[in-house]
Design a protein around this ligand. Structure first.
Ligand SMILES: *Cc1c(COP(=O)(O)O)cnc(C)c1O
Length: 358
């Protein structure tokens, strides 16, 4: 197998020292060492997420926690605001779990606007609001601060945010924004192998879990929290301790770089990519709502994206085609996790060379 430098929006590149931590010898998952490990991760994740909320770990990908979140939180009805494939997933998860749920979809390329959220929530029909922070399929970053202002008008509504492809790359001050459940995965901006998901859970959400029935078993959040509280930061079944060793170490690396420095690094890469996209093609999302972690490019030159990626592969790099219906109509270049400006210059220069752009 030939390994390539990944410019895809997950899994992302993992630093060799972090990969090596995955090979740490096993410990008992009911040991004090396991409690200490989970507690250390919790404390560091709280800093990264700017929250005092509890942090639940899940040996699953992020979708598992999204499924758990909508199912554990909805007593009345959920409203899902979708701007693409991952927003639609919230609604599918609701539907397939028998959770009452409505879906509002935007035309592709457009964000969820605060006014739209307000319009739905003012009906009083909903007790859960699901939003995608960073829609990886269309490269949109939703205006989370504006939506937060609206959410403050509805204290009885739980706010669930999919931050899978942005947490660790963009600043998301969870407590200031008032996010009740904020979800992320290991394999995106956190730059770990796939297989672990994390979420912050507010007191308000915890109270809701008390009254919602039929929560299933594996993703019963009340049970996950019981193990944090009563068993001193343990996990209800056997967790991927390997991921936990790696995450504990990776969060130290991130703290060493400085969280604010990491956010600036992502902002600079995003600005570079947006300018590059607009110079040679066109940015796909509505201007002003471009993602800080992945750039979705409108294929205005009608290039063959699959061929481009093959040629990039020969040079040891890989980007992403468009997602679903947007295949060949768009292509995506991620700039998250371990990637730096030098990498973005490398991949864009290679594309310019292959396509003979000037
Ligand atoms: C990748 C992604 C998901 C799915 O996460 P998994 O960890 O693959 O389950 C959900 N939402 C967004 C925005 C994503 O980018």
């Amino acid at each position: 197998m030939q390994f390539k430098k990944l410019f895809i929006p997950g899994p992302t590149m993992v630093h060799p020292d972090v990969l090596a931590k995955m090979a740490t010898p096993m410990i008992g998952h009911r040991s004090k060492d396991a409690s200490d490990l989970q507690r250390r991760i919790t404390e560091k994740m709280r800093k990264l997420m700017f929250t005092q909320n509890k942090i639940i770990l899940s040996t699953s990908s992020g979708t598992g926690l999204m499924e758990g979140a909508i199912r554990n939180s909805t007593a009345k009805k959920a409203i899902v605001f979708s701007v693409g494939a991952f927003g639609d997933r919230w609604a599918d998860l609701g539907l397939l779990n028998g959770v009452p749920c409505d879906l509002h979809s935007e035309e592709s390329g457009n964000p969820t606007m605060p006014e739209t959220a307000d319009k739905y929530l003012s009906t009083g029909k909903y007790d859960v609001c699901c939003v995608t922070h960073n829609e990886t399929s269309t490269g949109i970053m939703n205006p989370i601060e504006g939506i937060a202002e609206v959410m403050k008008k509805y204290p009885d509504v739980l706010w669930l945010v999919d931050a899978v492809s942005s947490m660790g790359g963009a600043k998301i001050p969870v407590d200031q924004l008032g996010i009740d459940i904020c979800i992320t995965s290991s394999q995106k901006a956190l730059a770990l192998p796939p297989g672990l998901a994390l979420a912050s859970v507010s007191k308000k959400a915890e109270a809701r879990f008390e009254v919602v029935g039929n929560k299933g078993y594996y993703f019963d959040f009340k049970n996950l929290i019981k193990y944090i509280d009563k068993k001193d930061h343990q996990y209800s079944s056997t967790p991927s301790l390997s991921h936990m060793f790696a995450l504990d170490f990776q969060l130290d690396r991130m703290e060493k770089e400085g969280f604010e420095n990491i956010f600036v690094r992502h902002l600079e890469m995003a600005e570079f990519m947006i300018n590059w996209a607009n110079k040679y093609f066109k940015i796909y999302p509505k201007p002003g709502f471009e993602s800080l972690t992945v750039t979705c490019i409108d294929n205005t030159r009608r290039i063959n994206v699959a061929d481009l990626n093959k040629e990039l592969g020969n040079r040891g790099m890989q980007i992403s085609n468009g997602y679903g219906d947007l295949k060949e109509k768009t292509f995506r270049i991620a700039h998250m996790g371990e990637l730096h400006m030098d990498d973005m210059i490398e991949v864009t220069s290679a594309i310019e060379d292959i396509l003979k752009l000037n």
